[in-house]
Design a protein around this ligand. Sequence first.
Ligand code: SF4
Length: 337
Amino acid sequence: MSAQATKTDILTRAREQVLGRGGALGQDEVVEVLRTGDDRLEELLALAHEVRTTFNGPEVEVEGIVSLKTGGCPEDCHFCSQSGQFTSPVRSVWLNIPELVRAARQTRETGASEFCVVAAVRGPDERLMRQMRAGVAAIRAEVDIQVAASLGMLTQEQVDDLVDMGVHRYNHNLEAGRSYFPHVVTTHSWQERWDTCLMVKDSGMQLCCGGLVGMGESIEQRAELAAQLGQLEPHEVPLNFLNPRPGTPFGDLPVMPASDALRAVAAFRLALPRTILRYAGGRELTLGDLGTRAGLLGGINAVIVGNYLTTLGRDPAEDLDLLADLRMPVKALSETF
Ligand code: SF4
């Protein structure tokens, strides 16, 4: 076979490498996958789905998410409408403990096994850590659900405190590949994010770390994000598609074409064969109903139910109906330990 013929047949190579030998695709191969044509999209998604079911089974992990502190963040992540730097000053809104417990209970009632408490901050201060300690204790006392957290960059002491509280998984995204990150955030560095992720991994908490696609990055930079996540080996990767929010620096960017988003889903699965790959923000806008279904049959094995942080998600019942329709069981709480 000529070199040219080998090069054009990335899907055959991916099948042998990922499905056959259990090896993840590297950055250059992910670039090739991201460049496959629409005429091979169906084949690509089928391969990614086979990889997902082979290494992760048919279950879908369901998570609920709640914002403990919304808006007024000092950072300048260009995609984020919770930054206090872009739009007219957003007053921070704090949730109280009974509201937090109620949200956890509602999440559990959907069958979800994970409940993630999120705060729009650079990193937690003492007040937030106190709130978390009280909130996590109240949830664990009253609701049978795993508690996850996303509170920005951490110190080692804060990592230890979260472990002590019984936080099971910590979310901290890389957001973008290292080379594109300075175009996305200027108030902190990619390295600072990476360092928090390493501390979380070392602590015994599960690491949830993903990013966004469709922020104007090149195909190579999109593949770079997948490869850097592959290096980090998080337990879970939330994949967001940019939802250009008015007033943010990325507010005028076009919505990513659905076919590109689906190619990204499949490519990330091939770069991360054993990871929980979760649909996070932006999928309604980018993919719609048909695309959402295609992604669940193209490598995704986890969803967030209910409201996202700043934009309205779908009704949980719609997602649960869709999973039932696709004959994908919801992962039970007992399987998440
Ligand atoms: S992504 Fe997080 S750190 Fe960045 S502005 Fe939004 S809330 Fe703040």
